[in-house]
Design a protein around this ligand. Sequence first.
Ligand SMILES: [Zn+2]
Length: 458
Amino acid sequence: MNNNEIKERVESYREELLNRLGKLVSINSEEGKAKEGMPFGEGPAKALNTALDMLKEDGFEVKNLDNYAGYAQMGTGKKLIGVIGHLDVVPADKNDGWNTEPYEMVEKDGNVYGRGVADDKGAVVASMIAFKVLKDMNVPMNKRVRLIMGTNEETGSKCLEHYVKVEGHVDYGFTPDGDFPEIYGEKGIIHGHYTCQNTNLIAIEGGAAKNIVPGKVTAKVKSNTYNMDTLKNVIEENGCGLVVTSENGVDTLVVTGKPAHASLPELGINAISFLFEGLKEAGFVDPVTDFYCDHFGTGTDGDKLGIKLEDKYGKLTLNCGVISMKDGVVEGTIDIRFPVTMHVEDVCKLIDKNAKDENGEIAIDVKSEPLFVDPESPLAKSLYNAYKDVTNDTVNKPMTIGGGTYAKEINNTIAFGCAFPGTDYKIHDANEWVPVNELLLQAEIYVHGILNLLAIED
Ligand SMILES: [Zn+2]
C-alpha cells in the first residue's frame, strides 16, 4: 500500500473531519440522568446516534446497542478487529477558565478547542476518517473491522461492559484513548482504606481525592504535646510548608505539599505523610500517627506495608489520598497500582499480613487485575510498527502506565493513541485542544494500524 496515497486520501477529508468533530462537540455528552432507553441520559445517547448516522451515511453497517454503545462495521470473516473510542465527556463549565465556549468547537491557528476534541471525540472522528479511507481504497478484508463507540467511559465504562455482554470480545483491538506509541501494560489497581479508632488528634482533614497525592492537610492538636521546632524542621526539610495558629491551648497545623496523580505519586509531595512523620519525630504520642508511620510512612513504594514490588516493566506505587475524622475515628484512603505482570490476589495477601495491629486496620474495597499484552505479540507489534512507519519516531517506545483505559474492559485490546508524546492537550481541563494536523496524522496511523492487523495470518 502506498503511504503517500493514504496520506493524501486522509488529508482530502480535512473539512469533513472538522465538520463531524464540530457537530459532536456541540452535543454536551456529560453523563446525565438516566431515562427510558437512555442509560446515561440524553447527551450521550444523542452523541452516539449522531455518530452512527454519520457512519451509516458513509455506507457502513451500524448497530446501536441500547444507547450504551454502538458500532459501524466493514469487511467479512471470522476474526474481528475493534477500534474502541468513547463519545461521553467529563463536565465542562465556561466559568472554569475556558477562553471559548466548551461545547462550541473553535478553530484557531491550526488548532481546535472544545470539550472532547482530544478525549475522545477527536479520536473517534479520526477513526471514522480512517474507516472511510479504507473503504474508498477497496482494501480486501479477511476480517471484520468495527468502530465501537461507548458512551460511559468517563464514569464507569458500563457501556463497554454492555457491549461485551451482547457482542463478546474482539480478536485484535485498540482504543485510541491513551498514548502513542502504544500502551501494552496497565498496572493493576487496589483501592482501600484504613481506620483508627483511637487518637490524640482533635481533628484532621486533608486531600482532594483518593487518586491524587494530597497537597494540603489540616490537623488540630493540643499545644505543647510535641516539639514544634522538630516538626517544623521535618516538614520544611522535605519541601512542605507549615502554618501553625494557636488558640485556647489548641494548635491548628496546616501542612502543604504538592499534588500529583496517584499513578505517579513520586512526582508529588504527600502533605499527610509528612505531617505524620513530623509529628512522630516531634514526640507526639498518638496511635494514628504510629499506625500511619508504621504502614505507609513517607515512601510511595509500599515498602512499609510489605508490598515493595517490581517487575521489569515498573514498580508498585502507593498513595494515601484523603483523610478525615468523624466521631473520633480517623479514616483515610489508599490507592495502590501494582506491576503489570502480577496478580491482584497475591498483592492482597501481602497486604492482609500487615493490615491490622492494635492501632488500626486496613480494608480493601476495590481490586482490579492489571492488563498486559506481550510487546512482541502480533497485536502490539502491528500497532507500534504503524506508528513508527508513519511518524518515523523511533525515540518514544511502547510503554506501560499506572492508569487504566478501556483496554482493561475488553480482551485482546491495548491503548494506541490518541495523544502524541510530550503534548499536554488539557484533557479533563479547561481549554482542551488538539492540532488539526494531529487529528489527520492519527487517522493516517489508524489506517496503517488496521492494515497491519488485517495482514496478521489467522
Ligand atoms: Zn477518554
